[in-house]
Design a protein around this ligand. Sequence first.
Ligand code: FMN
Length: 185
Amino acid sequence: MKKVIAFVGSPRKDGNTATLVEEAAKGARDAGAEVKVYYLEDLQFKGCQGCTTCRQKPECEQQDDFTPIIKELSTADGIIIGSPIYMWQVSSQVKKLFDRFYPLTGADLKPRFGTKKTLMIYSQANPNADSFQAYFEHTGKMLSNLFGLNIVDTIVVPGAVTQDMAKSNPSYMVGAFTGGRNLVD
Ligand SMILES: Cc1cc2nc3c(=O)[nH]c(=O)nc-3n(C[C@H](O)[C@H](O)[C@H](O)COP(=O)(O)O)c2cc1C
């Protein structure tokens, strides 16, 4: 059975990011995958401490809620990452996640565990869906080059000022469900 790991990078459990990550998880389950959804705000973990242990072996010196997730990521087939846009970037929760991905890249800065299909979901108040396009591409390139997280789909919800924007818009819900399915098919 294929394994998919999903991350919600917004602290709002009823927000747009959470809604769409859960919908994508539903799609992946519908396609037969085992899916785990992590709410980053609920995990007790620090950012990377820069000890560089993981440059020699694919392990992290820190023993916290993120430690077992590194192992899960190494064998996962698909990844879902959702973030609200905070200050033109991913939320601090998601930046911390990216830094803790460091064991997934080798000393040669190439992916240690092969490639994994990845779905990105972004929610933003800015009504222009293209505003952060260059940033999304830059982030996708970083995730792919370093960690083997190959972005197969990026869902952007623009104008998401209220928490129910995604929920009340069927096209986003269908897009997320389909995006989740595509990670597995
Ligand atoms: C601290 C903070 C910073 C934000 N910065 C931006 C921003 O730079 N650009 C933008 O379009 N929206 C910004 N927003 C709005 C959120 O991205 C938007 O409300 C998003 O839909 C929230 O996602 P959620 O419903 O999943 O929590 C910001 C919101 C907060 C709380």
